[in-house]
Design a protein. Structure first.
Length: 562
């Protein structure tokens, strides 16, 4: 016989509320901010005094009552249920009185709310019995992560239970678990039943107090914490939160929230699933947005239409996930991407997060396919409005990868040089909008400065190239070569750089041995020897010494004795 499902098992918590004295316009803005259809109204003591719906607000605003307080228009007689009310009774109440949500009280205090959606989800799970791959998640975690990881998650669950909190394994770890893969990063979200702002730090401290071997880090400002075991195992904990973007592309404003809202703020449905670790839903999958179905159908789908407007870096993440997992981007999601960038809203978006996403993509084996997809979607304009993946740019970047392998190791990584090459394809504004490190900025400046002279270059001999390239680093020479669309000039520069990496076959000691005294001519003599070596006029030390002696015998002015 199945257990009776109670209100506390399915309710959403914590609950967003309004104060009676808040204006109708301000209340409407809060409902819009959180995407709610209604909000309970509580007094200063936290007691429920009413509820107001979006429809009631809209009608009042239409008639000009924007500055009136909510208490004048709210429904003061509110039907509520206790936290131990059975679900059947709650359903009967909602049907009888045609209400879409019911507040849940515990000891007279508002602790949660149940909506029609909560009822439908519970009925669906009871009717279908859950999808086969949902269970047994605990055993699957043990198989993929090991018994030690499961034991430590269970310790988190037990501590959360004592604090009347609910802990969830979230994000990429859940996605990888359902795909049958191992995830290196384990993230736990902590939901405070009463809207506890510091739920994650509180839980982390409780766990650390019971085990002095743990290293605890708390970040109160961000409501996060980290626990590190002596063997290096790390758990990151964060308080369940929601985000609101005050304007497109701005940094979000963050507040504590329920697990549903925490998952809703994430990028894609496949990353918006959680495994509940304690309470009546322990080891069950929490999937509010169809992430499991999208995972099974190999689809990357965004959670809401304005997601890319709020955060354009998600465009780059969508492409990266699609290629990494061999998934398709949902057609509607592609349409949202095109809409968000087509008007130029995110031109030259720049910033640290865009640089990070570009770095991830350019370091991946599918970097070229990723750039091609971003170009097709018109999203490269987030880097610069004129950036397009032309055939010449793609060919230059492919050549750069091959040349890099020939000259490695270099100071800059290949992904860093790919980013450099991408930025060199457009004006310097792109480089200025991204927080590049000092070396990258120097590379950009020196290559842009050297490029005009290279365009006019006609002498591709070592002597001709040495005049322009001697002051450039190996990375800068390779970037300069990749900018050329002429194979001959590109290979000439690469050849020059390849020979320049060879150690010099003569030095100052050799000049002294030949009877030359140190002085201003030393540098000119060594430069001439360097060019001769680059030109291949000698290939070993014996040939180098013979070359010097030959020129001395010919009375070359550059080699006159002092």
């Amino acid at each position: 016989m199945s257990a009776v499902v109670l209100a506390r098992d399915v309710m959403s918590a914590p609950v967003r509320t309004l104060r009676p004295e808040i204006s109708l316009m301000a209340a409407r803005q809060r409902l819009t901010r959180y995407g709610h259809g209604a909000m309970p109204v509580v007094d200063a003591q936290g007691s429920l005094v009413g509820i107001i719906s979006r429809r009631d607000l809209d009608i009042a605003l239409y008639h000009g009552f924007a500055e009136d307080p909510v208490e004048r228009f709210m429904t003061a007689t509110v039907l509520t249920v206790p936290s131990d009310a059975p679900l059947d009774a709650i359903e009967a109440l909602m049907v009888t009185y045609d209400i879409g949500r019911v507040p849940v009280l515990e000891a007279g205090q508002l602790v949660g709310i149940i909506t029609r959606t909560d009822l439908l989800r519970q009925h669906h799970q009871q009717r279908t019995g859950g999808l086969p791959l949902f269970l047994p998640l605990q055993e699957r975690l043990a198989e993929k992560l090991g018994a030690v990881a499961v034991e430590r998650l269970a310790r988190v669950a037990a501590a959360a239970e004592t604090l009347a909190q609910v802990a969830y394994l979230v994000g990429g770890a859940v996605r990888d678990l359902l795909l049958g893969e191992v995830s290196a990063d384990l993230d736990v979200v902590v939901e405070g039943r009463a809207g506890e702002a510091g739920a994650a730090p509180t839980l982390a401290r409780t766990i650390a107090e019971g085990d002095k071997t743990l290293r605890l880090e708390c970040f109160e400002k961000y409501q996060t914490a980290a626990l590190t075991w002596p063997d290096g195992f790390v758990l990151d904990l964060a308080t369940a939160r929601t985000e609101f973007y005050p304007r497109p592309g701005a940094n979000p404003e963050v507040e504590s929230a329920s697990i549903r809202l925490d998952l809703y703020r994430r990028d894609f449905t496949i990353n918006a699933m959680a495994v509940c670790l304690n309470g009546p839903r322990a080891w069950q999958l929490m999937d509010f947005f169809g992430g499991f179905v999208d995972l099974r159908e190999c689809i990357v789908r965004v959670l809401h239409p304005n997601s890319f407007i709020e955060d354009p870096t998600r465009i780059f993440r969508a492409v990266r996930f699609a290629l990494r997992l061999s998934f398709a981007i949902a057609p509607q999601t592609e349409a949202f991407i095109v809409r968000s960038v087509s008007g130029g809203l995110h031109d030259l978006y720049g910033g640290e997060r865009l640089k990070t996403e570009l770095g991830y993509l350019l370091a991946a084996p599918f970097w070229l396919e990723g750039l091609q997809m971003l170009d097709r979607l018109g999203a490269l304009r987030c880097v610069h409005p004129d950036l397009r993946l032309t055939e010449a740019l793609a060919a230059g970047m492919v050549w750069l990868a091959g040349a890099y392998r020939t000259f490695a190791p270099l100071r800059a990584t290949l992904p860093q040089l790919r980013l450099d090459r991408l930025l060199l394809a457009v004006g310097p504004e792109a480089a200025e909008s991204l927080p590049l490190d000092g070396q990258a900025r120097v590379r950009q400046r020196k290559v842009r400065t050297a490029m005009p002279a290279l365009v006019r270059q006609t002498d591709w001999s070592a002597a001709g190239l040495h005049q322009h390239l001697a002051a450039l680093s190996p990375e800068e020479c390779l970037l300069l070569a990749s900018l050329s669309e002429d194979d001959a000039s590109r290979e000439a520069i690469a050849g020059y750089q390849r020979r320049r990496r060879e150690p010099p076959l003569v030095g100052g000691a050799d000049l002294k041995t030949l009877g030359l005294k140190p002085g201003p001519d030393f540098r000119r003599i060594l430069d001439a020897a360097t060019i001769a070596q680059l030109d291949g006029k000698f290939v070993d030390r014996e040939g180098a010494l013979a070359w010097l002696q030959n020129h001395l015998q010919q009375g070359n002015q550059a080699f006159e004795k002092q």
